[in-house]
Design a protein around this ligand. Structure first.
Ligand SMILES: *Cc1c(COP(=O)(O)O)cnc(C)c1O
Length: 353
């Protein structure tokens, strides 16, 4: 606490990211991709210092938005880009969710939403997951007054994804405010709601280059929606920082989008390794939730989550453990390479054996 902090800053509970480390560990704790980004990314980096570094970036990120629009099969005017999808989410909170009524959100979801709600003074109405650890879509739509609806699909940290039909059913019921679908993990096996943006002007879909495109360090995220929603985001962006996406990030992002083959190969590998890891964890007695993301959420009937987390850490393997009542017994395990997952399973065999 400092006397110089404003009352609002005193009340904040900041987001706690998973640990980043320079130690040589098997790092399965923050949902990064184990494979390198597209080879074209390296070429971009070599030319960058001489050609671009001294100039300000394009404030509209036109080239990157064009490339994303082509990939996602939408118009460039329906695409917004930012410095990581976390920043895009922050802009969305300011642009759409700062109303009197509460924001409808699943009780278990990406832990940044409550942090932003707190920062921007938005009340939350939290809806417990269903018995199958699924986002309760009915409950999200049930109240007459709201500032909006936000959820991740696939959800974090459960990995469950709803079908497009279910999401469309929600959109038919919620028309007064923005419905934000956070698709950070959609490329690992879920259906994207981007195809619905022309029919639902209040639908905003966010995505990121951090997970399926192996560029977490670059900080590049985006939102897709109707032009009126994109204009709302631009108003906030241009009142805060005209250049959230630097020129290097744009060039690298475009290079990554162009290499469709590399993208498809990496995500297939992650998906295959996920299913293989799931089977092996089940053989060890774990209950593993079905996942459409690049992580698994698992618990063991005989071993406490915190204990497994600590034992793995001693063996140089980092996974994520959440200290909340509902998730206390669970481990969230990012899908690494097959070799990394073999090491994890071997360590668990020793610990649980
Ligand atoms: C990782 C993640 C993000 C943030 O992605 P960045 O683009 O790296 O900021 C957003 N939403 C969810 C659900 C995530 O898991």
């Amino acid at each position: 606490m400092s006397q110089y902090w404003s009352p609002a800053v005193r009340e904040l509970t900041p987001y706690v990211p998973g640990e980043q480390t320079r130690e040589r560990v098997i790092k399965l704790n923050t949902n990064e991709n184990p494979y390198p980004p597209a080879p074209g990314v390296g070429e971009v980096l070599r030319d960058y210092a001489t050609d671009h570094l001294r100039l300000y970036p394009d404030p509209t990120s036109a080239a990157l938005r064009d490339a994303l629009a082509e990939t996602l099969q939408v118009k460039s005017s329906q695409v917004f880009v930012g410095n990581g999808s976390d920043e895009v989410l922050a802009f969305a909170f300011q642009a759409f969710f700062c109303h009197q009524a509460p924001l409808d959100v699943p009780a278990i979801t990406y832990s940044f939403y409550p942090v932003y709600a707190n920062l921007y003074g938005v009340a939350l109405r939290k809806h417990p997951l269903t018995g199958n650890w699924e986002v309760d879509i009915d409950a999200l739509a049930a109240n007459p007054e709201r500032s909006g609806v936000i959820f991740a699909n696939p959800n974090a940290p459960t990995g469950h994804a709803h079908s497009l039909m279910t999401i469309e059913a929600l959109l038919k019921r919620v028309t007064d405010r923005v419905v934000l679908v956070d698709e950070a993990y959609v490329d690992f096996g879920a259906e994207s709601a981007v195809t619905l943006i022309d029919r639902y002007p209040n639908l905003l879909v966010t995505g990121t280059f951090s997970k399926s495109r192996s560029l977490a360090g670059l900080r590049l995220g985006y939102a897709v929606g109707s032009e009126e929603l994109i204009d709302g985001l631009l108003r906030v962006k241009d009142s805060f920082n005209s250049y959230p996406v630097d020129s290097l990030a744009s060039l690298v992002g475009i290079a990554a989008l162009k290499d469709v083959e590399h993208f498809e190969a990496c995500r297939e590998r992650v998906i295959t390794t996920r299913e293989r890891t799931r089977q092996r964890l089940e053989t060890l007695g774990f209950e593993v939730l079905p996942s459409k993301a690049n992580f698994l959420l698992a618990q063991h009937p005989d071993y406490a989550g915190a204990q497994l987390f600590a034992s793995l850490r001693e063996r140089g393997i980092l996974i994520r453990h959440f200290n909340t009542t509902e998730l206390n017994n669970f481990l969230r395990i990012t899908i690494g390479t097959d070799d990394e997952m073999d090491s994890l399973i071997e360590a668990l065999e020793t610990i649980c054996g």
